[in-house]
Design a protein around this ligand. Structure first.
Ligand code: FMN
Length: 186
């Protein structure tokens, strides 16, 4: 998943890649190389006004010590993109390695039950920024967006950590991309 459906190979190409066949081969090779990057796996909470969402994401990293900044790469068509752009906040939640089924529950806009405080049936609470944080998260960060970097099909949202904590024991093993058979990106 994550390959731009319906489009042909994407340049630029290194020297020696001259024809359409070469471009397709290089495009596939580069994708396999990109897939070897090791990643964690997270649930990102977003909110604008009364609208909330949660989505599965692997493109996340800390980007500075001082201030404490983390960045996430979000597809422009995603509801999460709309809510983070408008609301200026997001949460980043790690997930117990035994809860890998959760990944598939957050790949499209969620059903929100504001009375029961659930997102697709998973309990949440609102953090200090207002972003929803999954009760089931092992660890969580509640972030306020400081920069939105346009990266073409994605925006890299950089957020300052306003609050953080654990819901489970600190040494709970957390889910990583390698625990699934899925790819994203490439
Ligand atoms: C394993 C996995 C990893 C993903 N990683 C990302 C990611 O890093 N960034 C992103 O924008 N979408 C990622 N997605 C896709 C989103 O979960 C998916 O596009 C979702 O539909 C967008 O959700 P939304 O429209 O509810 O916001 C990933 C999906 C899976 C299954």
């Amino acid at each position: 998943m994550g390959s731009p459906g319906g489009t042909g190979p994407i340049g630029p190409y290194p020297p020696g890649v001259v024809d359409a066949t070469g471009q397709e081969e290089y495009d596939r090779l580069r994708r396999r190389v990109l897939w070897t990057l090791p990643y964690g796996l997270y649930v990102v909470g977003s909110r604008h006004g009364d609208r909330r969402n949660a989505m599965t994401l692997n493109w996340a990293t800390q980007v500075a010590f001082e201030p404490k900044l983390v960045g996430i790469g979000v597809e422009k068509p995603a509801l999460t993109h709309e809510l983070i752009s408008a609301g200026g906040v997001f949460s980043l939640c790690t997930v117990d390695r035994n809860d890998r089924a959760i990944v598939r529950k957050f790949t499209k806009p969620v059903d929100v039950d504001s009375e029961a405080m659930t997102l697709n049936g998973f309990g949440f609470r609102d953090g200090v920024t207002g972003a929803p944080i999954l009760t089931q998260a092992v660890a969580w960060m509640d972030c306020e967006v400081t920069q939105a970097v346009d990266c073409g099909g994605h925006t890299f949202f950089i957020g300052e950590v306003r609050d953080a904590g654990f819901h489970s024991a600190e040494d709970t093993p957390v889910l990583r991309m390698e625990d699934t058979r899925m790819n994203y990106g490439g």
